[in-house]
Design a protein around this ligand. Structure first.
Ligand SMILES: Cc1ncc(COP(=O)(O)O)c(C=O)c1O
Length: 467
C-alpha cells in the first residue's frame, strides 16, 4: 500500500499555525500560483472531477485575520472569506479553543440518538437573535442547501400546500430541490434535470436592471410578482415564498427598498410561509446580525449556514414554534446535523461577534469600501453599478453607456487582482459582478491595500473597456 502524501509545509517566516497571529501582510514570494501550488493543482486535476471548480488555485496551508497563506509561502489578502464563511476569521481563537476542547471529549453521538447540550444552546441562541420576538424552534443540519430544503419541507407540512415561489437571480443550493429553486442555468442546472415540481419563479426587484428605472422597481416588481402568484398559482396553493434579503450568487442584488415588505405583507394576508434564506447574508455580514432587519422584515422561517460556525459545516432552520412543531416526531434530522464540534464553533462565533463588535465592524467595512468603489465607478464607465451593505459589496461591469454585461473585463480584473495577491470572487447571472466579502476581522490597512489593488487593476485593465 502506498503512503498518503499530505504536505505540512507552513508559511515562510510565520507562526506554525493559522489565526490572527499570522503576519497581517500581503507578501508575494513567487508568481501566483507558485510552483508548489501548480504541482498540487496537477494532482487535483488527476484526482478530482473538473466539475468541482477552483476560483484561485493557490493551495492553502494557513489562514487567519485578513490573509490566506499558500504552499509557496505567499500571503494573500482575503476578500472572499471562503464565500462568506470565515466572518470571524480563519482559525479564530475562540473557535479553535472550543473545538479543540470538544474534539478531545467526544466527536459524535448523533443528536437523534443521544443528545448533548451545545446543540440546544445553539438553537436557543438562534431563537433569541433571529428577527421577531415570537416563540421559535430551531434544528440543525449540515449545509445551506439542506437548511433550505428543510425549510420548504416544514412549510409544506404546516400549510398542506405544495407551491414554492422563488425569484429571478436566486441561488439556494445544488441539491435537486435547491438547484430547482436556483435561477441560473450554467453552471448550476445545465443537463441536471428533470427538476423538482411546484416551483414558480417571479421577477426580482433588481434596481439596476429594472426596465422602467430604479425608482419604479419596488412597486412594479411587487405588483407583477403578486399578480403572477394570484393568477398563475393561486395564493391559497402557495406553501412558501423563499427569498434572499440580498441575493448572493445572483450578484449581490439588493432588492429595491419596499419590495420585500410588500411581499411579506402579501404572504401574511394569505397564510403563506415567508422563508428568508440568510445563508450568505446572516451573522453580521451586512452590518446587521440578519439582513432582514434592515427593512424590519420578520420572516416565518430563517435559514442560516456559512458564517454561523467559523468554517465548520453547520446550518440551521429557525421558525415559528407553531409551524416547526407541527412536523411529526422523526420527520426532521440527519446523522451529522448539529455535530458537536460545529456546535462549539457556532457558540464561539456568537461570542466573537459580540465581544469584538463585528456587526459594527461590518458596517465600518461598508463605509470604507462603498465610497472608494463609487469613486472607481466615476473614473471607469465600465463600472455600471456599485451596491451592497456592510461587508457584502459588489460592482457590476457593463459596456459603457449600456447595461450589456461585460464578463470578459470582469475576468481580466479578477486575474489581475489574483496575480497581485488579492483574492476576489465573481458572481451574477451574467458573470459580470465582482463581489467582496472580507472577513469582518480584516485589519484596516489590508482593507485599504486590497481596495488599492482593485483600483490599480481597473486602471490597467479597464482602459479599453471604458471606451
Ligand atoms: C443564499 C444561499 N442559500 C443557500 C446556499 C447553499 O449553501 P451550501 O453551499 O452550504 O449548501 C448558498 C451558498 O452559496 C447561498 O448563498
Amino acid at each position: 500500500m502506498s503512503t498518503v502524501a499530505v504536505s505540512s509545509s507552513g508559511p515562510v517566516g510565520g507562526p506554525a499555525h493559522g489565526g490572527p497571529e499570522l503576519p497581517q501582510e500581503r507578501r508575494l514570494v513567487t508568481e501566483i500560483p507558485g510552483p508548489r501550488s501548480r504541482e498540487l493543482l496537477a494532482r487535483k486535476q488527476a484526482a478530482v472531477p473538473q466539475g468541482v471548480g477552483t476560483a484561485l488555485p493557490v493551495f492553502v496551508t494557513r489562514a487567519g485575520g485578513g490573509v490566506v497563506v499558500d504552499a509557496d509561502g505567499n500571503s494573500l489578502i482575503d476578500f472572499g472569506s471562503g464565500i462568506a464563511v470565515t466572518s470571524v476569521g480563519n482559525a479564530a481563537p475562540r473557535v479553535v479553543e472550543r473545538v479543540r476542547r470538544q474534539v478531545g471529549e467526544f466527536t459524535h453521538t448523533c443528536f437523534m440518538v443521544t443528545p448533548y447540550e451545545s446543540y440546544v444552546a445553539v438553537c436557543e441562541a438562534l431563537n433569541r437573535i433571529t428577527p421577531g420576538d415570537h416563540e421559535k424552534r430551531t434544528f440543525l443540519v449540515n449545509s445551506g442547501a439542506e437548511a433550505v430544503e428543510n425549510a420548504v419541507k416544514v412549510a409544506r407540512h404546516a400549510t398542506g400546500r405544495q407551491a414554492v415561489v422563488v425569484f429571478d437571480h436566486a441561488y439556494h443550493g445544488r441539491t435537486l430541490l435547491t438547484m430547482t429553486l436556483t435561477a441560473k442555468n450554467l453552471p448550476y442546472k445545465h443537463r441536471f434535470g428533470p427538476f423538482a415540481p411546484e416551483v414558480y419563479r417571479m421577477p426580482m426587484a433588481y434596481p439596476f436592471r429594472w426596465p422602467t428605472g430604479p425608482e419604479n422597481c419596488a412597486q412594479e416588481a411587487a405588483a407583477q410578482a403578486i399578480d403572477m402568484i394570484v393568477k398563475q398559482i393561486g395564493a391559497e396553493n402557495v406553501a412558501a415564498v423563499l427569498f434572499e434579503p440580498i441575493q448572493g450568487e445572483g450578484g449581490f442584488v439588493v432588492p429595491a427598498r419596499g419590495f420585500l415588505p410588500r411581499i411579506a405583507e402579501f404572504c401574511r394576508k394569505n397564510g403563506i410561509v415567508l422563508i428568508a434564506d440568510e445563508v450568505q447574508t446572516g451573522f453580521a455580514r451586512t452590518g446587521h446580525l440578519f439582513a432582514c432587519e434592515d427593512e424590519g422584515i420578520v420572516p416565518d422561517i430563517v435559514t442560516t449556514a456559512k458564517g454561523i460556525a467559523g468554517g465548520l459545516p453547520l446550518a440551521a432552520v429557525t421558525g415559528r414554534a407553531e409551524l416547526m412543531d407541527r412536523v411529526h416526531v422523526g420527520g426532521l434530522g440527519g446523522t451529522y446535523g448539529g455535530n458537536p464540534l460545529a456546535c462549539e464553533a457556532a457558540l464561539a462565533v456568537l461570542e466573537t461577534i459580540e465581544s469584538e463588535g463585528l456587526v459594527e465592524r461590518a458596517r465600518q467595512i461598508g463605509e470604507t469600501m462603498l465610497p472608494r468603489l463609487r469613486a472607481l465607478a466615476e473614473r471607469h464607465p465600465v463600472v455600471g453599478d456599485v451596491r451592497g451593505r456592510g461587508a457584502m459589496t459588489a460592482i457590476e461591469l457593463v459596456r459603457p453607456g449600456t447595461k450589456d454585461p461585460d464578463p470578459a473585463t470582469t475576468a481580466e480584473v479578477v486575474k489581475r487582482c489574483h496575480a497581485e495577491g488579492l483574492l476576489v470572487l465573481t458572481a451574477g447571472t451574467y458573470g459580470n459582478v465582482l463581489r467582496f466579502l472580507p472577513p469582518l476581522v480584516m485589519p484596516g490597512h489590508l482593507l485599504d491595500e486590497g481596495l488599492s489593488i482593485i483600483e490599480a487593476a481597473f486602471d490597467r485593465v479597464a482602459g479599453d473597456a471604458d471606451i
